[in-house]
Design a protein around this ligand. Structure first.
Ligand code: XIL
Length: 452
């Protein structure tokens, strides 16, 4: 279409705000496929953001993109000209179906959880939480700096409110996390001999677990204690190409206490609340060397019956980047995750997926390279990412269900794409890793998880 004609048309048509329902061509959800729909597609195509616009219904030629061709096809249809299939075969899209509650679909398998922050359990996200989840974890509010910001001064009010919400809604609560190298106030390590530090740690664990006793069914007692070493012994961090061996993370905990802090943490936790399930939680379990190191720690804990389960964080990417310069995601496949689950389960441990999200980016380029960012959901859709992400979620959940007898909880690290740590974390790069979009609407990923 001539650009001038298009712009003229756009000037005369207001942005319509009708509720979207997915039906081929009916992009404004008013029950008809007509010229208004064609014009809305044109507005969308030139970069406007028409309200109530349903991109799924707009892709009338089903080529995975919304383009001016889709608008033209509707226009032809509207004036009675023939249009090729599949345009005139209305295909019901998932959004017209009632949305099943995710946790109910999974009731025979495992709990379905979400990480919650100090706002999300009481703002617009609460409805999604109540409908789809039967487990929560505080994203930050039970970390050391939140609960004991200065020695002996415990501050439970925020976390309590979140636990109360969970109880009022029959949700379980995971406790995250008692001992970690991050989000820990400086006083903990100040002038600390090994004994002083272990006492501070035991005091923290005992106080916190006593406080929540009976309300938290499991605790991540120690988080992320294993890392890869470079040849000079220093931490390789994210750069796997530098890793020559796997060992204890050289955190201040380790520097002051050696490996003993891990055993002591679990001892204190077991004593504080014998009913609570105790977990070791970490990421990148799909790396054989890292997993072997974790298992060596687990065996020591098992010798004293101090551990019940292992938490697999599972911050995944849209695809395993086979050509990644440092091979970071080459192992991030379904069979690999399955292998981890089976191996941990064979040790007699419960397995929980504790921090699931699927970034729309691969790991093989620097996140600061803003030329590759998806700046809006519109851009994301144009690149076909929502369907790709849905397919990846589906593969993982198909496998999770197969091992529903081994997995006790699958928790997403967030609720909807408007509030995800991945967007805060990586140089401002927007990410879209969850089942619900920025408007809190179910994404293809959601349907791929609940349709079985
Ligand atoms: C993250 C939170 O989501 C952020 O809000 C916070 O700024 C940093 O921590 N592994 C973990 C989680 O075990 O505690 C982290 O949570 C994400 C990575």
């Amino acid at each position: 279409m001539n650009k001038k004609v298009l712009i003229l048309l756009l000037l005369f048509i207001p942005l319509l705000g009708l509720q979207a329902q997915a039906q081929w061509g009916d992009v404004n959800g008013d029950g008809n496929t007509d010229i208004i729909d064609a014009l809305l597609i044109a507005q969308y195509y030139v970069g406007l953001d028409p309200q109530g616009f349903n991109p799924e219904a707009a892709d009338v030629d089903a080529d995975g993109q919304v383009t001016i061709v889709d608008a033209l096809l509707i226009a032809r249809y509207y004036v009675g000209l023939p249009v090729p299939t599949p345009v005139l075969t209305p295909t019901p899209t998932p959004t017209s179906e009632p949305e099943p509650a995710a946790y109910q679909k999974y009731s025979g398998y495992f709990l379905v959880g979400a990480a919650v922050d100090t706002n999300s359990y009481r703002d617009a996200h609460a409805g999604l939480l109540q409908k789809h989840f039967n487990s929560i974890v505080c994203e930050n509010e039970m970390k050391w700096d939140a609960l004991e910001p200065s020695e002996g001064n415990f501050n439970y009010s925020t976390a309590d409110a979140m636990v109360n919400f969970a109880q009022a809604n029959n949700m379980k609560v995971r406790g995250h996390c008692l001992v970690w190298h991050n989000q820990i106030p400086g006083w903990v390590f100040q002038n600390a001999s090994k004994q002083v530090l272990l006492n501070r740690m035991k005091n923290h664990i005992t106080n916190v677990m006593n406080h929540f006793r009976g309300k938290i069914y499991c605790w991540d007692v120690v988080n992320e204690a294993v890392t890869g070493n470079k040849s000079d012994g220093s931490d390789a961090g994210e750069d796997l190409s530098q890793v020559v061996s796997w060992g204890y993370r050289n955190s201040t905990w380790y520097q002051i206490c050696g490996e003993d802090y891990i055993l002591e943490a679990f001892r204190a936790a077991r004593a504080a609340d014998p009913q609570a399930k105790l977990f070791y939680n970490d990421y990148w379990n799909y790396l054989d060397g890292k997993r072997a190191m974790i298992i060596s720690i687990i065996r020591k804990l098992q010798a004293e019956n101090l551990i019940d389960g292992v938490g697999l964080q599972c911050h995944l990417n849209i695809s395993p980047a086979l050509e990644s310069p440092n091979n970071q995601t080459v192992y991030q496949t379904v069979p690999n995750l399955e292998e981890e689950i089976l191996e941990y389960a064979s040790l007699g441990l419960e397995v929980e997926i504790t921090e699931l999200d699927i970034s729309v980016y691969t790991r093989d380029y620097p996140s600061s390279d803003s030329s590759k960012w998806y700046r809006s959901e519109t851009e994301l859709l144009a690149a076909g990412i929502p369907d790709k992400q849905a397919a990846r979620y589906k593969e993982f959940f198909d496998m999770f269900r197969e091992h529903g007898n081994l997995i006790t909880n699958v928790t997403f690290w967030g609720i909807a794409d408007d509030n995800t740590w991945l967007s805060e974390f990586d140089s401002g790069r927007p990410d879209y890793p969850l089942l619900f979009d920025k408007s809190l609407q179910p994404k293809p990923a959601y349907y791929s998880v609940v349709d079985f």
